[in-house]
Design a protein. Sequence first.
Length: 277
Amino acid sequence: MELKKIHFIGMGAGLFIIAMSFLFMNTNLFFFIIGIGIIVGVSPFVFYAIRETKIEAEKEEMFLEFARNLVESVKAGNPISKSIINVKNKSYGALSPHVRKLANQIEIGVPLNTALETFAEDANNKTISRALTLIGQAEKAGGNISEILQAVAGAVSMSDKLKKERKAVISTLVVQGYIIFFVFIIIILVMQFKILPMVSGIADIGSIGGEISVGGVGGVSSEDIASSFLYLLLIQGFFSGLTIGKLAEGNIKAGIKHSFALMLISFLISTGANLLF
């Protein structure tokens, strides 16, 4: 991934916040401010990944429209090269720059197969690359390009339909995943602020000459317990998010946004509870 200006700004702001946290080193705000700094520094990367995922989905959707337009033009009697030039000024969203570049290359005399290969490289999408390879080979072999284009459009349409159906079916599992994670957070907080203090009190009463720290269990401080539970929540949130993304969209990369959301929720709830209680 190419680093952009927004990434450096985010990292700089995050480092500044982390540096400022040392002014509160001996207070309860220290780790909270460090966490905020990490979130600020990581946020540009997360939002960039989310944006890239949306662009990929838009490219596939617009390629289907592009293929349909080519089918109509070819059926009207135009060769595929001329058809590409005819549709270059139509709006294809994130795919528009690539379509215009493809048409411009054909206009200046670049061979169709070479132009299609460049289009596939620029689009950087597996579904589009496979479809363009098929179109290029069909045109090179002299087959019925109209039928090939229809078949390609149908295949892309079916793939898009299956993805949407899968996402609709899995949406309930996504909701369940978030609910289960919130229940997990509640259990952790109950253990931290209710069960462990009770165990500490019982151990304190039953111990004779034993050294037990105040607010801890068996010599373990409450700060250590809070940190351990926070790490547990963050790890659970990270992997739960990746799992949700894989189930919902069939792509672990799509789970980054879920991981970020769950980890952010975990951090805010855990640190907020520690500040309050």
